[in-house]
Write a protein that binds this ligand. Structure first.
Ligand code: S3P
Length: 184
């Protein structure tokens, strides 16, 4: 039996507030916040958008997997990890993410997602074409994936960042205190 890693990992579609909520959880718990997109951008020295343009999406996806493997190997613990919206789409990433700790799916409706991402030009997958249809099509594929990978899901509409953060902390604390060990 090995100690389970006690990270909180936020997954969910673009525009669900993963970064802001992770920052708030990190502030309350005084645990470090790590954001996979930020680490990748810093290491590559260019933005996610530029990585997609110059090196392609498969390259970016490899970096995501390598980063999760690195977290596991390093035993990253007691951290709040916010992920890019497509992180759990690759099968291998789902097992890696689950092994890192308590995975939370942040949800928003298609309409709300549209409102939140409509003015944002930094997201390569939402740049061209019919935005509403893209969101619909991607969410149709991704919803079952987010559901599969997460232990807890929270509908964010109508709640403040602080309320969502506190709800996640409560449920994660309950989980970690009741299921402290896992066999590996
Ligand atoms: C992506 C989401 C983005 C970023 C990249 C791909 C996706 O992160 O990783 O543009 O596939 O959903 P955010 O969810 O933080 O926007």
């Amino acid at each position: 039996m090995a100690d389970k890693l006690e990270n909180i990992i936020l997954v969910g579609f673009m525009g669900t507030g993963k970064s802001a909520i992770a920052r708030e959880i990190s502030r309350i718990l005084n645990f470090p916040h790590v954001e996979t997109d930020d680490i990748i951008e810093e290491r590559e020295g260019i933005s996610i958008d530029e990585i997609f343009q110059t090196k392609g999406e498969p390259y970016f996806r490899q970096l995501e997997t390598a980063l999760l493997e690195e977290f596991t190997q390093q035993g990253t613990n007691k951290s709040i990890i916010s992920t890019g919206g497509g992180m759990p789409v690759q099968q291998e990433n789902r097992a890696l993410v689950k092994d890192l700790g308590y995975v939370v799916w942040l949800k928003t409706s298609e309409e709300e997602t549209f409102k939140r991402v409509t003015t944002n030009k930094d997201r390569p997958l939402l740049k061209d074409g019919d935005l509403k249809k893209k969101i619909h099509d991607m969410l149709t594929v991704r919803k079952p994936i987010y559901r599969e990978v997460s232990r807890f899901e929270i509908e964010t509409a109508g709640l403040t960042v602080s309320e969502i953060a506190c709800g996640i902390i409560d449920s994660a604390s309950y989980y970690f205190s009741h299921f402290p060990k896992v066999s590996v």
